[in-house]
Write a protein that binds this ligand. Structure first.
Ligand code: HEM
Length: 207
């Protein structure tokens, strides 16, 4: 049974819709962006109605993702402020990856790794957006050197971002019981106690 009245709410419907809008835009942007990056990926343009449509849609999807991420950024930024416990968690993350997570410092709603990922995502989003505008020649006819700089930054940051999202998705799958937080909005008490004990105490009022 996936839902139990004792489960804890982690995300409301608006937060989930916001997250999945960003996620879906990201996948579509990665597919169309790869098609422009290398001829081997060009067939991916068929998913968008051909090369011309892929080129038209890609920047509009980018603007939609940037706006949706901006909403997510302001919603989550205060929850992602690094604390000394998070820094300690990060310095000992190797222990947890090798299977011993019993002595890790207690974490709030997000752990040090999620917080570092959050700020890295925000920086990449900003760079992707600005460099993407440099390349949007249909609306911004900038000097060719600016367009060239935009092309390098845009492709490098997109590659980094794709790698980061792989890590984000892998971590969500690796920690069992996490994906449902973004699907149903809830997590079990056992999940919260094991992975985010300080958050568990805060939402349940238990010591
Ligand atoms: C497309 C596949 C994706 C999946 C399966 C996925 C899954 C998840 C899950 C399960 C959580 C909840 C983690 C928790 O509550 O501990 C989460 C949180 C989050 N996700 Fe994703 N996600 C995806 C894409 C993205 C993308 C593309 C972005 C942004 C570029 C993103 C940004 C975030 C942020 C900011 C959080 C909140 C964590 C924080 O604030 O530190 N996600 N994601």
């Amino acid at each position: 049974m996936i839902r139990n009245p004792k489960d804890l709410t982690r995300y409301d419907a608006q937060e989930r819709a916001n997250h999945w809008l960003v996620g879906i835009c990201f996948i579509l942007l990665a597919l169309s962006g790869l098609a422009f990056f290398h001829p081997a990926f060009y067939p991916l343009t068929q998913l968008f109605g051909g090369g011309v449509w892929a080129r038209i849609l890609h920047p509009f999807l980018g603007v939609l993702m940037a706006l949706a991420f901006l909403v997510m950024f302001f919603r989550f930024k205060s929850l992602n402020v690094m604390t000394p416990a998070d820094k300690e968690w990060l310095s000992r993350a190797g222990e947890m990856v090798s299977g011993n997570d019993h002595n890790m410092p207690e974490q709030g709603k997000y752990n040090g790794g999620q917080k570092a990922m959050f700020w890295a995502m925000a920086l990449c989003m900003l760079l992707l957006f600005v460099s993407g505008v440099f390349l949007w020649r249909a609306y911004f006819n900038l000097p060719v050197d600016v367009v060239r700089l935009g092309a390098v930054v845009h492709s490098a940051v997109a590659a980094i971002m794709i790698a980061m999202i792989f890590v984000h998705v892998y971590a969500a799958l690796w920690v069992r019981g996490t994906v449902r937080a973004m699907v149903y909005g809830t997590v079990t008490r056992a999940w919260a106690k094991q992975h985010h004990r300080a958050w568990y105490r805060q939402v349940t009022g238990k010591s």
